[in-house]
Design a protein around this ligand. Structure first.
Ligand SMILES: [Fe+2]
Ligand SMILES: [Fe+2]
Length: 264
C-alpha cells in the first residue's frame, strides 16, 4: 500500500459516510513522496527529532503526526532558521514521509482524539456534541471530583503537569472535552450545562480566573489544564491500535513523544 493509498483510506475512515470539503485542511503530506510503499507506519503526536530517529531506526517509511512539524498550522517553513533547517536535514537523511492527520479525526462524529483519551482513561458515560466544532460533552455514569480526575490523568495517562482551577473537590458528572486548544473553550466553561472543562492549554487570566471566581462564589465549576500533549496523544495511540487491527498488510507502531515541559 502506498502513502497515498493509506491517506485515502484514513480520509474515508473519518468521513462517517458524509461528503466533506477538506480542501483547506492541514492534513497534507509534509515531506516525502505519496508513491512510497508503506510496510511500516509510525504514529505519534509530535514529530520530535527523537521520534523521527526512533521511527527511522525501526524501519518506518511513514510517520503520521497529529500536530505541526514546523511550528505553523500549515507547516510553512521559517526562512533562515537554523532549527527548521536542521530538522529538514534530519528528515531528509531518514527518508521518512511525514503526514499530518489532524482535522479528520477531530471531525468524526465522535472525535477520535477525545475517544482515545476517554477510552484509555477508563471513563464510562454518554457522549454528545458540544457547542463548537471539535468539542464533545461527556456525561459520566458516576460522579467524580475534578481532583480525582486530575490524578487519574497523572497516574493512568502519565500527564506530568496537570493543573486544576476552581472547585477541585465537588463531585461532577458533566464534562466538556476541549482537548488540545479548540475554539469555544471559554463558552463551554461558562455554560450552565457544564461542570468541568478539560483542555490542553488555557489563558490563565481568563479561564483560570473565571473558574476560580465561580468556585469562590459557590458554583460547581472547574477547569483541568492537562497540557496539550497529554490531552490528545491517546487519540493517536487509539489510531495506531485501530490501524494494527485494520491494515494487516503493514505494521503500525505508536511512538511516544513525551511532554514538552521538564520539571525544574
Ligand atoms: Fe492539538
Ligand atoms: Fe488536535
Amino acid at each position: 500500500m502506498t502513502v497515498r493509498e493509506l491517506m485515502e483510506e484514513l480520509f474515508r475512515w473519518c468521513a462517517d459516510g458524509a461528503p466533506h470539503d477538506y480542501s483547506s485542511s492541514c492534513d497534507t503530506l509534509k515531506c516525502g513522496s505519496p508513491e512510497t510503499e508503506v510496510r511500516k507506519a509510525a504514529v505519534t503526536m509530535f514529530a520530535t527529532p527523537e521520534v523521527i530517529r526512533a521511527a527511522a531506526q525501526w524501519g518506518a517509511q511513514l510517520l503520521i503526526v497529529h500536530e505541526p512539524t514546523f511550528y505553523d498550522h500549515f507547516d510553512r517553513r521559517l526562512e533562515n532558521d537554523p532549527v527548521t533547517a536542521a530538522k529538514e536535514r534530519l528528515l531528509k537523511e531518514t527518508g521518512l514521509a511525514v503526514w499530518r492527520y489532524h482535522d479528520h479525526p477531530h471531525l468524526k462524529d465522535k472525535d477520535m482524539i477525545g475517544e482515545g483519551e476517554v477510552k484509555y482513561l477508563g471513563l464510562k458515560g454518554v457522549w454528545s456534541k458540544g457547542k463548537c466544532c471539535a468539542v464533545n460533552r461527556f456525561l459520566l455514569e458516576e460522579a467524580v471530583t475534578p481532583r480525582s480526575l486530575a490524578l487519574r490523568f497523572r497516574d493512568v495517562l502519565h500527564a506530568g503537569h496537570v493543573r486544576i482551577c476552581g472547585a477541585a473537590d465537588l463531585p461532577c458528572t458533566r464534562l466538556s472535552l476541549c482537548f488540545g486548544t479548540p475554539g469555544g473553550v471559554f463558552e463551554e466553561l461558562c455554560s450552565d450545562e457544564v461542570d468541568v472543562v478539560l483542555t490542553g492549554e488555557a489563558c490563565e487570566w481568563k479561564l483560570g480566573e473565571y473558574a476560580r471566581d465561580a468556585a469562590q462564589l459557590g458554583f460547581r465549576k472547574a477547569l483541568l489544564i492537562l497540557g496539550h500533549i497529554p490531552s490528545e496523544r491517546d487519540g493517536m495511540r487509539l489510531l495506531a491500535d485501530l490501524m494494527q487491527e485494520r491494515f494487516k498488510q503493514l505494521e503500525t507502531r505508536y511512538f511516544e513523544c513525551g511532554e514538552a515541559y521538564v520539571h525544574p
